[in-house]
Ligand binder design. Structure first.
Ligand SMILES: Cc1cc2nc3c(=O)[nH]c(=O)nc-3n(C[C@H](O)[C@H](O)[C@H](O)COP(=O)(O)OP(=O)(O)OC[C@H]3O[C@@H](n4cnc5c(N)ncnc54)[C@H](O)[C@@H]3O)c2cc1C
Length: 479
């Protein structure tokens, strides 16, 4: 296993528990922290996103509950909270009645560092996995195979040593250089599809002061004003984080939000985040963490039904990397590990069938979410760039997207506060439990959304979730 992040650890847990001998090679060479709080300060420079807000979706929680319930128990013991659907509903949701499959809709809240720390403890506790830190891999070894495809036989390490393996799993994350390793052995090019998400992340972490609680949930915990996207994420052990994401091209806003005082004031201007910064909490660290270079990227390791190599499978961000805003990466990484373990169960003796079957499973289950995200990002980038140039994108009524934005703002958003059928469908979508287009294709759900949209003139206008215009927002921030 190359890489000991979420996907590498998930795959290690699954394969070792099926009786395979697993060695994880992780380049970051830092001691295992003693507690969740210490893990927050873990030196994980190989995965710098660990100190950004992370959502853990119901798809992931369900897979854990079904397959590794002890890991879920360890997470809860470390301070993570399971958030079942129906708990913490807005007070405007008056007609709520639980449904039989609501238990599937449980999310988990904790810091990403806590999640990974617990996963690593589970792997180490098992005693069946060799976990080597401070070991960077920089290439693959191979031999000919009767199929004519190169057969990967192991990895080369940065210190010049080699390790042989029946199967090499590459879980090197978004910065994985697997295509170069393949090129070094004469394989490729690896087809790659990549698009900038158009955003830069800024996150700040806080802890509730003693005796204080999280504010009650009165509406959505995140949203998009076009010029800024925002969200607040409850963590473990009384922590929470706020993320503000700015368009890549908006260097003014991005630079200003890197200042902690400006960041906090910005969060106080947004309806969803303001109650968290009313004096009930203090920063966990002074720093605002900023991360750019956020890509949607898919790399194809099986082309036209034929694997590029045998004996190597990529997992997690190394194969499909998605916009962090949708909070899917850890869930799809874990899900990918699950799909891989099923493919290995079915085809342990046939490397070609294994690669094809695993690739097909990723294509079937995970790629639709990747494609949906790419499409959504293209529209968000278009709106953001118009707002940056001072335009109001909603004045162009000839644009069908203007109509759709109005339906979202004045149909979907109020429906999420008052209609349990719409909220349930939305949450199933958000949590990767339905197909990306399931909600749009459900006539009952869409009829309910449109009915609320059509009634928009008969109720007070929607309360804006923050300043409508970028310039207005900027003027509210400290100089
Ligand atoms: C800002 C941000 C916010 C995010 N928010 C969310 C969220 O809310 N919810 C969510 O589910 N996902 C989120 N994601 C995505 C999520 O973090 C990733 O999808 C997830 O970390 C992928 O796990 P991975 O194991 O594939 O890669 P990583 O976690 O990046 O791990 C890769 C590991 O491989 C190691 N490595 C790399 N190369 C080598 C090598 N050559 N030799 C040895 N070791 C190597 C690295 O050191 C690292 O430890 C976010 C991502 C970002 C950037």
């Amino acid at each position: 296993m190359v890489g000991g992040g979420v996907s590498g650890l998930s795959t290690a847990v699954k394969l070792s528990r099926r009786g395979h001998a697993v060695t994880v090679l992780e380049r970051d060479d830092t001691p295992m922290p003693e507690s969740a709080d210490q893990a927050f300060f873990w030196d994980r420079r190989g995965a710098p996103q660990v100190r950004h807000s992370h959502a853990f979706l119901a798809r992931l929680v369900g897979l854990l509950r079904e397959n590794e319930p002890d890991v879920l128990d360890m997470l809860v013991a470390a301070g993570a909270t399971e958030m079942p659907f129906g708990q913490d509903l807005p007070p405007t949701m008056v007609d709520f009645s639980p449904q039989p499959d609501d238990h599937e809709l449980t999310m988990l809240t904790c810091r990403r560092t806590t999640f990974e720390w617990v996963l690593r403890r589970a792997v180490l506790n098992d005693g069946r996995v060799r976990f080597r830190t401070g070991v960077g891999v920089n290439g693959l070894t191979h031999e000919p195979h009767p199929s004519g495809l190169p057969r990967i036989t192991g990895v080369r390490m940065e210190d010049g040593s080699q390790l042989n393996a029946d199967l090499v799993v590459v879980a090197g994350g978004r910065r994985s250089t697997l295509p170069e390793w393949l090129s070094d052995i004469g394989v490729g090019p690896v087809p790659e599809f990549s698009e900038d998400t158009g955003i830069v992340y800024a996150s700040r972490f806080y802890r509730l002061k003693p005796g204080h609680t999280y504010p009650p949930r009165l509406g959505p915990i995140g949203g998009d004003l076009g010029y800024i996207k925002y969200g607040v994420f409850v963590g473990d052990n009384d922590t929470f984080s706020i993320t503000l994401a700015t368009p890549t091209d908006d260097s003014e806003l991005r630079t200003r939000l890197a200042d902690p005082a400006v960041f906090d004031e910005a969060a106080r201007q947004l309806v969803a985040t303001a109650p968290y910064l009313d004096g009930r909490a203090e920063p966990l660290v002074s720093e605002v963490y900023v991360m750019a270079g956020l890509l949607n990227r898919h790399r194809e390791y099986v082309v036209d039904g034929r694997p590029l190599v045998l004996g190597m499978l990529p997992v997690g961000d190394a194969v499909v990397c998605t916009n962090p805003l949708y909070g899917r990466g850890c869930s799809t990484g874990y899900w990918g590990a699950h799909l891989m373990s099923e493919a290995i169960d079915a085809h342990a003796d046939d490397l070609q069938a294994l690669a094809v079957e695993y690739d097909a499973a990723i294509g079937r289950e995970i790629m639709p979410w990747y494609r949906a995200g790419v499409e959504q990002d293209a529209e968000a980038r278009r709106v953001a760039s118009r707002m940056l140039s001072g335009e109001d994108p909603d004045t162009d009524t000839s644009d069908p997207k203007t109509f759709m934005r109005s339906v979202l703002r004045e149909g979907l958003l109020p429906a999420l506060r008052s209609d349990q059928v719409v909220l349930r469908a939305f949450m199933r979508n958000l949590n990767l439990l339905s197909s990306p287009d399931a909600m749009m294709k459900d006539p009952e759900v869409m009829n309910r959304v449109f009915a609320i949209w059509q009634d928009r003139e008969n109720r007070p206008p929607e309360i804006p979730m923050g300043p409508r215009r970028r310039r207005e927002f900027l003027e509210l921030l400290p100089a």
